[in-house]
Write a protein of this length. Structure first.
Length: 259
């Protein structure tokens, strides 16, 4: 009876919405898999969906208020994420030039995704306690240290895109928390200086090529800009409603290196 009452209290509108989005995603993966007749990713996602639903139901019985009231629990999760990111350099195989995934048999585990969630929770907790004191620059700097360590570890994998996402999460939460305009402009200036420094001394050539090809796709249409141009062709040929299920020309005829 307790389980039945618990099931009734679940937000079914939220769950059904998520399942509908997941269904659309699965159809897209199935359609794009037809080009190479490789349905491994589709089968993996079906398994992940089942595991995810089971874990969601299991975790729904836990009292999550303990996280909002106990900072130590959040810090434990944070340091676990940092440890997992550090372990990639020692235990993760090189996949496409990046040490970003733990291989557990046929399954790859990416600790970056868990890190994003934990950072959002940690920063939300940090600023919820100090939202009245957001005028103080020290809180911006201290919160930045929580982001800096995982961002550096991710950058060193090297995964420049994911490290930028981590920093973007921090900036987004800062804005929502009510950062002063003066402090925001200081952050923008620091970010510009950091980008200039990174371009000159830190970024590898292929990373620079990805950035330049993003802004100027006409420079290397058969090289770094290939996927971007194929995406434009797909959007142009599909229009608003697409070419139809399993009929996407760019995946069907093998124009994409990774459908």
């Amino acid at each position: 009876m307790a389980i039945i009452n618990h099931i009734r209290k679940i937000d079914w509108i939220l769950i059904i919405s998520a399942l509908l989005l997941t269904g659309i995603g699965l159809l897209s993966i199935y359609s794009s898999s037809l080009g190479e007749d490789d349905f491994l990713n589709f089968k993996k996602q079906i398994i992940f969906l089942g595991v995810g639903l089971f874990l969601m139901f299991l975790f729904s019985f836990l009292d999550w208020k303990a996280i909002s009231t106990n900072s130590y629990i959040i810090l434990i999760f944070y340091f676990f994420c940092v440890l997992a990111l550090t372990g990639l350099f020692f235990f993760a195989p090189i996949t496409r030039g990046i040490k970003g995934w733990y291989k557990l048999g046929p399954v790859s585990v990416d600790p970056i995704e868990f890190t994003k969630i934990i950072l959002i929770i940690l920063l939300a907790k940090y600023f919820s306690k100090r939202h009245i004191e957001m005028y103080r620059l020290k809180h911006i700097i201290l919160s930045g240290f929580y982001v800096l360590l995982p961002a550096i570890l991710i950058f060193r994998q090297p995964d420049f895109g994911s490290s930028l996402i981590i920093v973007a999460l921090w900036i987004g939460i800062l804005i929502i928390s009510g950062i002063k305009l003066r402090h925001f402009l200081i952050l923008v200036l620091c970010a510009l200086l950091l980008l200039i420094f990174s371009w000159s001394f830190l970024l590898m050539e292929y990373q620079k090529e990805r950035i330049t090809s993003f802004f100027f796709p006409q420079i290397e249409p058969l090289g770094a800009s290939w996927s971007q141009n194929q995406a434009k062709i797909a959007i142009g040929s599909g229009g608003i409603f697409g070419q139809g299920f399993t009929k996407g020309s760019q995946t069907r005829y093998g124009f994409l290196s990774e459908p």
